[in-house]
Structures are given as structure tokens and as C-alpha cells.
Design a binder for this molecule. Structure first.
Ligand code: CP
Length: 321
């Protein structure tokens, strides 16, 4: 069963959230609009609504995370869920328990939603295929495949600062090949009818036939940044690289690092984004990361409202079933 079939109910509502590919513009816009309504909750002194009261959310991070794990946890708390954050390093996984057995045991504790990050592409899909009825899975990043809530918080950030996607030029710069974030962003930007989506990278860090993803490919950073409204920088995913794809980090920075000087090629009101974690002095100059055009910390803040939106939309059809 495809991710699209698996993640939607027969009436087109979200049952799981596994991948952006195959979702409709209406559904993505609904996520953004719902997140907008939750920003007021996150700004109040009592930051709670009872949407997930009585539900239990399990956070399963088999890979390191700061932003995604923390903001999923805060989102679930603000929706009044009970949270189980399994420490994988001290769990039975280290004794060799399989993913499926871990799932079966946690399901026996009446978990309602699983948030899963795993190094293997397809792991969230695998979980979703095996959970019982009424149980949902949210993909918090699977291998090189997808990171759908990251893409949605990035779309939320772009819409907040730039409003109309159809008039925008968006450039994604860096290690596109190994990036689950880039894949999900490209799908989301195209579904939301973005004027032009560019990818800027050396040929060794691009997937084969990158144009087939619906992007314009540039190998020269200065050329690719010309007149863009949004610059999204990506980390070099060294942990996923096999073989020598780059001459050296300093050479990469010389050719693809976003400096204040280079940023002048973009529109004067362009925003700079990065999903994090960022490596200062490798893909981005510190002064740009902390500068007036950077919205990197806003992305983190909006991650809470966007994850609240997705969880609340998933809870709806389960309630109605
Ligand atoms: N953007 C992102 O996924 O960051 P973390 O690895 O810190 O969760």
C-alpha cells in the first residue's frame, strides 16, 4: 500500500502523517491554517487545550534530535496528551529487540500515537502498516526519505513572512542527495504552487535526474541565489555519505557557504532558513545565521504549532470512526 493510501482515511482525512508526496494542496493549506490557530495557544500564559486529553503519545527517537523531539513533546503536552518518551539507548533495542516487537509491546500499553524517527527509510511506513486500528504514526524523519512535519513548519514560516507561494523563488542549497528535509520541502513547495523551486549543489550532492523532482538545478551558488525570496540552507549529512563526495569542508564553504556577501545576490528582503542542526563556517557564515534576514529560530518556534496542528487533525478522524 502506498504512503498516500496508508496515511489517509477513505474520506481523505489524515490517519497517519508519513510523507508529503501525494497529499493535496487543500490538505497542506488546512495544516497551515490549523497551525495558525494554535499560535495563539503557544503565546498564552496557560498553553494548553484539551484536544488530546486522555490520549497517550509515544516519542520514539532511534536517532539524535533536539528540535523535532522537543517540539513534538511540547506539542503533545499543549494538546493535553500523556507523553511517553522512550530512551532508546536504555531500552531493550540495545539488547537486540526488533522494531516490530518494540511496537507490539508499546501497543500493549494502549498508545494512541507513535512519533518515530529512525535511520532507515520506510521505517514510519512499516510502523503504520503494523499498528492496530485507531493507532496513528507520525514520521519524525526516516533515513533519507522524508521529514514531513519539518517541511510543513518550513512552509508555515515561508507563508508567515512571504504570504503567497505562487510569487516566490525559493532556493534550497547544499546536500540535497542525503536530505529527507529537502525531499519533503520540494514536494510541499510544488504542491503549494511555488513560483520557482531551485536546488543549488555540486553534482555529487544531487540525486540523479534532480529536475524530475520539479526543480531548477544550479551548480553555481552566486547564479542560483540571484533574486530569490527564500534561501534554505542544508547541513552536509556526513553520517550518510559513502565515499569522497567533497574535496574538503573548506573547499565546500568556499563554493557553497552562504556568506553575507553572497546573500546580497538574493532579493534585499529575502529570508534565510535552516532546518538545523547548522554547522557554522561549513554551510553558513555565523553573521548570516544570526543576522537580520535569518528566521531560523522562528522555524523552531513554529514547529510546535505545526505539530499541534497535525496531531489534532489526526485525532479528528479517530474520534469520528
Ligand atoms: N530539523 C531537525 O530535524 O532537527 P533535529 O535533528 O534537532 O530534530
Amino acid at each position: 500500500m502506498s504512503a498516500t493510501e496508508l496515511q489517509l482515511t477513505p474520506n481523505g482525512r489524515l490517519r497517519h502523517f508519513l510523507d508529503i508526496e501525494g497529499l493535496s494542496r487543500e490538505l497542506l493549506t488546512e495544516i497551515l491554517d490549523t497551525a495558525e490557530s494554535f499560535t495563539s495557544v503557544t503565546d498564552r500564559s496557560i498553553k494548553k487545550v484539551p484536544i488530546l486529553r486522555g490520549k497517550t503519545v509515544a516519542n520514539l527517537f532511534f536517532e539524535a534530535s533536539t528540535r523535532t523531539r522537543s517540539t513534538f513533546e511540547l506539542a503533545a503536552q499543549r494538546l493535553s496528551a500523556d507523553i511517553l518518551s522512550l530512551d532508546i539507548n536504555t531500552s531493550a533495542t540495545v539488547k537486540g529487540e526488533s522494531l516490530l516487537d518494540t511496537l507490539r509491546n508499546l501497543e500493549a500499553m494502549q498508545i494512541d500515537m507513535f512519533v518515530i524517527r529512525h535511520r532507515d527509510s520506510g521505517s514510519a511506513h512499516f510502523f503504520a502498516q503494523h499498528v492496530g486500528p485507531g493507532v496513528s504514526v507520525l514520521n519524525a524523519g526516516d533515513g533519507q526519505h522524508a521529514h514531513p512535519t519539518q517541511a510543513m513548519l518550513d512552509m508555515f514560516t515561508i507563508r508567515r513572512y512571504k504570504q503567497d507561494f505562487t510569487r516566490l523563488r525559493v532556493a534550497i542549497v547544499g546536500d540535497i542527495l542525503h536530505s529527507r528535509v529537502a525531499r519533503s520541502q520540494i514536494h510541499a513547495l510544488n504542491i503549494l504552487l511555488t513560483g520557482e523551486v531551485r536546488v543549488i549543489a555540486p553534482p555529487t550532492l544531487l540525486p540523479k535526474q534532480a529536475e524530475s523532482l520539479g526543480v531548477r538545478v544550479f551548480h553555481d551558488l552566486d547564479e542560483g541565489l540571484e533574486d530569490v525570496d527564500v534561501v534554505i540552507m542544508l547541513r552536509l549529512q556526513k553520517e550518510r555519505m559513502t565515499g569522497a563526495l567533497l574535496p574538503s569542508e573548506s573547499e565546500y564553504y568556499r563554493l557553497y557557504g552562504l556568506t553575507a556577501e553572497r546573500l546580497k545576490r538574493a532579493r534585499p528582503d529575502a529570508i534565510v532558513m535552516h532546518p538545523g542542526p547548522a554547522n557554522r563556517g561549513i554551510e553558513i557564515e555565523s553573521s548570516v545565521m544570526d543576522g537580520p534576514q535569518s528566521v531560523i529560530l522562528s522555524q523552531v518556534t513554529y514547529g510546535i504549532a505545526v505539530r499541534m496542528a497535525v496531531m489534532s487533525m489526526i485525532a479528528q478522524p479517530q474520534e469520528e470512526a
